[in-house]
Design a protein around this ligand. Structure first.
Ligand code: ADP
Ligand code: ZN
Length: 678
């Protein structure tokens, strides 16, 4: 792949150019000024005419220059030293003179005269000088030259400098990208002649691929469509959460159609220089049209395409850029085979003008992959990695509900790295599971030493979650419990195993999830009669579920089916927005509180009734740090007097290999922990 920065000389280069000019000018000025003052520093001293003659007769003069008004006298070197010391006296001057002399000699340059005297009408002077062996001649008039020099240094140069500085400052403050091409072109635009990516490299997004297939055909063969008079799409919007493969899809379209791929991020358009964004858009389209047929991909289009609300005065720069983009999209001729793809995870904030017919009128959803999608994505990325027979990608896919393509790609890579670290040539299933944990909850932090008491508390907390899970029918079986801290903040966590991927949760399941989330805190209270900060995330999680049950799922008796919240940006954090009155909001809070309280009491009741199991399993966990679901269930059954399940009956026991990392179930223990949502 030749991934080249398309155009080197952009505004950056221009800005750099100005910087270089500025610095050079400043340097030159200082050097010239310094030299000039040096020359000025050695002004000859005036002496009387008879003193001059005396010096000539004493054979002290080396050279004489006869000017029109002055006679300049240069002494012989030895005489000069002697004479200077007597004439000028001070030691400091002497040193300076010597340095100057040496500098002049070293440079081989002409020596400065030491004295000057007035011109006297003296016919014998020439003879006298000749007799004394003095070199003499008339002055070469260079005063005009030095005058010009002086004017340049003291007047013109500073003015030029000021003008340049002023110009640069003005550029920064005002609009316009005219002069010297500031704002022309595109710093972060990339062009690939061939992406080398095909639809086969994108897995699990079959609907999206299907929609794009048509587009590929059109790029292959624009004439076929235009001949019949069909209007071709100008742009398509790829909508979905980060990491689902939107960029990859765009590249695949270019790869399949064998056309060049231009890509640029929306945020690169919006800069501090007003007008730069618009000029970049213009430039981008100009270049793309020259290369057509081709694909132009604008990532994060929401950065420029936000609704132009003028409530706060808006952002001039962004608006200009957006207007330019709209104008360009309206302007180009589709028959050339130019297609604009844009990606966003916040389609709801886009300016409606962008979505009008003839612009980004196609919307292609690139959502999080389902179980089958995840299996396919894992397969695509496992292709180039050597794996042993133990590897079961299906199990990994099952354990990673909620993970997107980039997560899965990352996991395969982590697993390969892990294998190499252990000196193995092939990746095993164990490597993969470890990678799943690393990607979802971070690396193990073995160096983090917890005090004995902390380990006890964390153990009871985790076993609290696990025990409540096992005691409730509507939750997924426990797979693993650990109190080894993780880099992403968890001090310990419980993994649960889904038997299959769920798209729907029943009310009972959600209620059980809340009880499980509060099980950690309940164990702390029962055992230590005190509570810690470790439950912050559990509480947040529980509250979120309870709230959603009331406001979104119509699962509370009090409000019934009333839709009280709506999700604003579905492809990002899915933050809900209340759409009810203040009084109702207050009632919702009360209802949430009631539900959480009831769930907490239930958790405490369950744990208190099973105190023996709680103590035994916690003691085992403190000793081992990590225990499997099997070990957990063994103690649990022993205490409860439940017989071991029939090995035939698969349903009963969680399969060892099927470690689940369904993110919502990996209950993190730390407040700063990022939310893992399932
Ligand atoms: P987005 O643009 O949606 O944020 P990217 O296309 O940049 O996501 O995906 C990042 C990386 O994740 C890709 O380069 C690829 O390795 C992997 N990836 C993401 N989605 C998929 C997918 N559907 N199939 C295969 N690989 C994927
Ligand atoms: Zn917890």
């Amino acid at each position: 792949m030749d991934n080249q920065n398309n155009k080197g000389s952009g505004p950056n280069n221009n800005r750099q150019g100005w910087g270089v000019i500025l610095v050079t000018t400043l340097l030159v000025t200082f050097v010239v000024m310094g030299l000039y003052s040096l020359m000025q520093g050695s002004n000859p001293e005036e002496i009387s005419y008879d003193k001059f003659l005396e010096l000539v007769d004493d054979n002290k003069v080396d050279e004489v220059t006869l000017g029109s008004t002055r006679i300049y006298i240069t002494l012989k070197k030895d005489a000069q030293n002697e004479d200077n010391s007597s004439a000028q006296g001070t030691g400091m001057n002497n040193i300076i003179n010597q340095i100057e002399q040496q500098a002049q000699e070293g440079a081989g340059g002409e020596r400065e005269p030491d004295y000057y005297t007035g011109v006297v009408n003296d016919d014998t002077l020439a003879q006298r000088l000749e007799d004394a062996g003095v070199t003499f001649g008339a002055e070469v008039p260079d005063t005009a030259g030095s005058l010009i020099f002086e004017v340049v240094v003291t007047v013109i140069l500073p003015i030029v400098l000021l003008v340049i500085l002023f110009n640069i400052l003005m550029k920064r403050m005002t609009k316009g990208g005219g002069m010297m091409g500031i704002g022309k072109s595109n710093a972060k635009m990339y062009m690939e002649k061939e992406t080398g990516v095909t639809f086969q490299d994108v897995a699990g997004e079959d609907e999206a691929k299907e929609s794009l297939q048509e587009v590929v055909d059109f790029l292959h063969n624009p004439g076929k469509y235009s001949g019949i008079g069909a209007k071709l799409p100008k742009g398509a919007l790829l909508v979905g959460p980060p990491g689902t493969g939107k960029t990859l899809l765009a590249k695949a379209v270019a790869g399949e159609a064998k056309v060049p791929f231009f890509s640029l991020s929306g945020s690169a358009f919006v800069e501090m220089y007003v007008g730069v964004g618009a000029s970049r858009v213009r430039d981008l389209f100009k270049q793309a049209q020259q290369q057509a047929p081709c694909i132009v991909f604008i990532d994060e289009i929401d950065a420029i395409g936000k609704t132009r609300d003028t409530a706060l005065g808006g952002n001039d720069e962004r608006e200009q850029t957006l207007n330019q983009l709209l104008a360009e999209m309206d302007g180009f001729d589709t028959n050339k085979g130019l297609l604009i793809l844009a990606a966003t995870n916040r389609p709801e904030i886009l300016d409606p003008a962008l979505l009008r017919p003839g612009r980004f009128d196609r919307r292609i959803i690139v959502d999080k992959p389902d179980l089958k999608g995840r299996i396919d994505i894992l397969k695509v990325h496992a292709k180039d990695v050597r794996m042993d027979d133990s590897v079961d990608l299906e199990a990994i896919a099952l354990a990673t509900s909620g993970a997107v393509g980039s997560d899965l790609a990352n996991m395969i890579n982590e697993a390969a790295i892990n294998a190499v670290k252990h000196g193995r040539q092939v990746v095993s299933q164990k490597d993969l599971f470890e990678a799943v944990e690393v990607v979802l909850v971070g690396k193990e932090k073995k160096d983090r030493i917890m005090s004995k008491e902390e380990r006890r508390i964390v153990s009871y907390h985790e076993v609290g979650h696990a025990l409540v899970t096992a005691l409730q029918k509507n939750t997924e079986p426990v797979q693993k419990i650990t109190i080894v801290p993780r880099t992403m903040g968890a001090l310990g966590y419980v993994m649960q195993t889904p038997e299959e991927e769920k798209f729907l949760n029943t009310k009972k399941e959600l209620e059980a999830m809340i009880v499980v989330a509060l099980g950690g805190r309940a164990a702390e209270e029962i055992v230590f009669d005190t509570v810690t900060t470790g439950a912050a995330n559990d509480i947040e999680q529980a509250t979120k579920i309870a709230r959603a049950m009331i406001t979104q799922y119509g699962m509370s008796e009090r409000f019934g089916l009333m839709g009280l919240e709506s999700i604003q940006n579905r492809y990002l954090d899915g933050r809900p927005v209340l759409n009810c009155g203040d009084a109702t909001a207050g009632e919702i809070d009360e209802e949430v509180m009631r539900m959480l309280k009831a769930a907490y009491e239930e958790a405490k009741r369950l744990l208190a009734a099973n105190r023996e199991a709680l103590d035994k399993i916690a003691a085992f966990l403190i000793e081992k740090e990590t225990i499997t679901g099997k070990e957990f269930m063994k103690i649990f059954r022993e205490v409860k007097g439940i017989p071991e399940p029939d090995p035939e009956n698969e349903e009963e026991a969680p399969k060892e290999e099927r470690i689940s990392m369904k993110p919502a179930a990996a209950v993190p223990e730390n407040g700063q922990e990022e939310e893992l949502e399932g």
